[in-house]
Design a protein around this ligand. Structure first.
Ligand SMILES: [Fe+2]
Ligand SMILES: [Fe+2]
Length: 273
């Protein structure tokens, strides 16, 4: 059972005049990714097949991620009644498949899997906090605030289990950092790009069009992050990577990532000469 449900959102406060078309595109994209979490529940159940406690926690986590998808889809439908969530989800699932049949972690070990899971939740914490801060439409702001609070809880959940697994399957600091960096670099992965195309573009989703999707999606995403929210997520990520004794690293990385995102947003949104 989640900490909230869709009835907790004040849908009546919806103000169409305050909908930002770019944020609507991002909401549609995120709705199918969040809703698709059932595949990750299956994958994590396979990877942690003998851990009943973690499997149960993952089920609760999956339900909350589905709810995030439903809340975003409901808002997107209010803002754009032509948005067909079910059809978009079907198109997305055709284009992108989670490796649900794998019985071992694609990250190399179960500890590494949990480091990667923590990193996902750090990213979503920064992302939804930033969306909530830039959004002017009150319902979208509320949805993003509630999702962001859940993402912090998800991080805490996976971090707690990571501590247990590190005792059984130790990782060096370097190994943890490598997994953290590798997972962070997947922030603009095929999953998000196919989700962007499935929810926002007409026509077939084509692998060869990924560079186009990347440009269009990243151009919208990079500019919304604030330094404050990046700091929070990156600090959490550094902790999952085992860098809590080096607070300077989180600060330096936050400033660097903020700078890179800002310059990417400027470059991608520059009108063609
Ligand atoms: Fe989520
Ligand atoms: Fe989450």
């Amino acid at each position: 059972m989640g900490r909230w449900n869709l009835d907790a959102i004040n849908w009546k406060a919806f103000d169409p005049a305050k909908v930002d078309p770019n944020l609507l595109i991002l909401a549609k994209t995120a709705s199918v990714v969040e809703y698709n979490s059932a595949d990750y529940v299956s994958y994590l159940h396979n990877v942690f097949s003998d851990d009943a406690v973690l499997k149960k926690a993952v089920e609760g986590w999956g339900q909350e991620e589905i709810q995030h998808g439903l809340a975003l889809a409901k808002w997107a439908k209010l803002a754009d009644p032509s948005f067909d969530f079910e059809k978009s989800l079907e198109n997305f699932r055709e284009a992108f498949k989670v490796p649900v049949e794998s019985t071992t972690s694609i990250r190399g070990s179960r500890s590494a899997e949990l480091v990667a899971r923590c990193l996902v939740e750090c990213g979503t914490t920064s992302y939804y906090s930033s969306l909530a801060d830039v959004a002017e439409e009150p319902v979208f702001k509320q949805v993003c605030q509630m999702i962001a609070a859940d993402e912090v809880h998800h991080y805490t959940l996976f971090y707690r289990h990571l501590q247990n697994y590190l005792g059984r399957e130790p990782m060096s600091l370097l190994e943890r950092c490598k997994v953290a960096v590798a997972r962070s670099m997947e922030a603009s992965s095929e999953e998000l790009l196919f989700a962007y195309a499935a929810t926002n573009l007409d026509g077939d989703i084509r692998y060869e069009d990924l560079p186009v999707y990347n440009r269009e999606y990243l151009g919208r995403v990079c500019g919304i992050y604030t330094l404050k929210n990046l700091r929070v997520g990156i600090k959490m990520g550094c902790r999952a990577a085992g860098l809590e004794k080096f607070p300077r690293v989180a600060e330096v990385v936050s400033r660097l990532v903020y700078h890179v995102f800002q310059s990417k947003a400027r470059k991608l949104n520059r009108p063609a000469a």
